[in-house]
Design a protein around this ligand. Structure first.
Ligand code: SF4
Ligand code: SF4
Length: 408
């Protein structure tokens, strides 16, 4: 019996048209040395989509990532949709996400993403002087201008997008600058990601941030958001805390107690357990040779996943264990010599954040419950057809889409 899972696909492997200094996946460029140019073939694509869509899933979730997945070109993404239409059963829900630097987004590409409702995540670290410190072209030039051009094209096509902000040494001391820059430009969906990268000797690299810096950054962003924007701006981490408080749903993998959450599929069909652990020793199988059920039951996969709940003894008595679950394995294994009981390098930051925000998160959770009760009461007398569609404005007046607000 197959448990629900999603796919994170790297159709161009680690190939990228940029050379961001802090990119963890660029180090994988030599992972498949048989060729310099890595591109998923139509055969691997079709096999992956066909076999995945033959498994029972509430929604078929594809995340297209890299490297830079748009190097595959628009025709590849047309074939993606073609395969999904060919192999999907009637009524099967399909969700596509694309994580991109946006520099190769053409008007036609943006129109395709809009037409098929891809949710595009664009990497943008703030205003030019912060973004251009590490997000560089191969010639060493900043990429900010090209990223903003890609975003404009997404906007002109009415494509849905959110902004992925890597919080590094460059911008960690400027939470208000980053937050206001995004909001002032109308970018209201944010995902903040901590940059913590060790070298091969487990020494933290200089563009990484410390736990206290991460905690301070999150607390300041929370204060700004809470003061004025809870109904206007969506921040992935904050939404996930609320989803846990309101619905008891753990919708980001670090909040889970097991890391058997999804599969990474590399350009040649090789399958791995996690984006941060694409390593030869963790190769679970290949989509052209192994069934999803076999791979899900693989000892490599299950033993990898079980490490999540083997945490440091400090976690046992931590008041935030119910949500933090010892933190992401990346922040434990990479600096802990492969021992999941190593304390997360971000532990003090998470503690600072939860202590500072949880009373207000609990208040907000109660507001969401009240909104839902009011909405349910108001919508019942109006009968069938009164419930908004997922993309309609939320009737609670937040200005957000229903699926991002009370319909969550
Ligand atoms: S290691 Fe981190 S990113 Fe990977 S599945 Fe576990 S929690 Fe998620
Ligand atoms: S905040 Fe620190 S001690 Fe608490 S569960 Fe997370 S990693 Fe463990």
């Amino acid at each position: 019996m197959v448990r629900p899972f999603s796919l994170l696909v790297k159709p161009a492997s680690a190939d990228c048209n940029l050379r961001c200094e802090y990119c963890f996946y660029l180090g994988h460029c030599g992972f498949y040395p048989e060729t310099r140019r890595h591109r998923m073939t139509d055969e691997v694509l079709a096999t992956m989509v066909r076999t995945y869509m033959a498994t029972p899933q509430p929604t078929y979730q594809f995340g297209w990532q890299g490297g830079e997945p748009t190097l595959m070109g628009l025709d590849f993404f047309r074939r993606v949709v073609g395969c999904q239409q060919q192999f999907g059963r009637d009524g099967a829900g399909v969700a596509n996400g694309l994580q991109t630097n946006a520099t190769l987004i053409t008007p036609e590409f943006a129109a395709h993403l809009a037409e098929y409702h891809f949710l595009t995540g664009v990497s943008l670290d703030g205003p030019r002087y912060l973004h251009d410190k590490y997000r560089l072209t191969p010639a060493g030039k900043g990429s900010h201008e090209e990223v903003r051009r890609g975003i404009r094209r997404l906007q002109e096509a009415n494509a849905e997008f959110n902004i992925l902000i890597l919080v590094s040494e460059a911008n960690v001391r400027d939470p208000a600058v980053v937050y206001h820059y995004l909001c002032d430009n109308g970018f209201l969906f944010h995902q903040y990601i901590p940059c913590v990268e060790p070298d091969e000797n487990r020494r933290i690299l200089p563009f990484s941030i410390a736990a206290e810096e991460w905690g301070e950054f999150l607390c300041r962003v929370f204060d700004l958001w809470y003061a004025a924007d809870t109904r206007r701006v969506s921040i992935r981490l904050f939404d996930s805390v609320l989803a846990l408080l309101v619905d008891n749903v753990r919708n980001i993998c670090p909040f889970g107690s097991n890391c058997c959450q999804y599969f990474v599929v590399e350009y040649n069909g090789d399958v791995f357990p996690c984006d941060f652990f694409v390593e030869k020793r963790l190769r679970i199988g290949n989509v052209t040779e192994d069934s999803w059920e076999t791979m899900q039951q693989s000892p490599i996969y299950t033993s990898f996943g079980q490490q999540k709940s083997v945490w440091h003894e400090r976690c046992d008595t931590c008041p935030w264990l119910w949500i933090c679950q010892g933190d992401c394995l990346k922040h434990r294994l990479c600096t802990g010599g492969g021992d999941p009981r190593h304390l997360s390098g971000l532990c003090n930051g998470w503690r600072m954040f939860y202590e500072h925000t949880m009373p207000r998160f609990r208040e907000l959770a109660e507001v969401v419950r009240q909104d839902r009760r009011r909405f349910a009461a108001e919508s019942i007398p109006r009968g069938p057809g009164s419930v908004p569609g997922r993309n309609d404005p939320c009737p609670c007046g937040s200005g957000r889409k229903y699926k991002r607000c009370c319909g969550r």
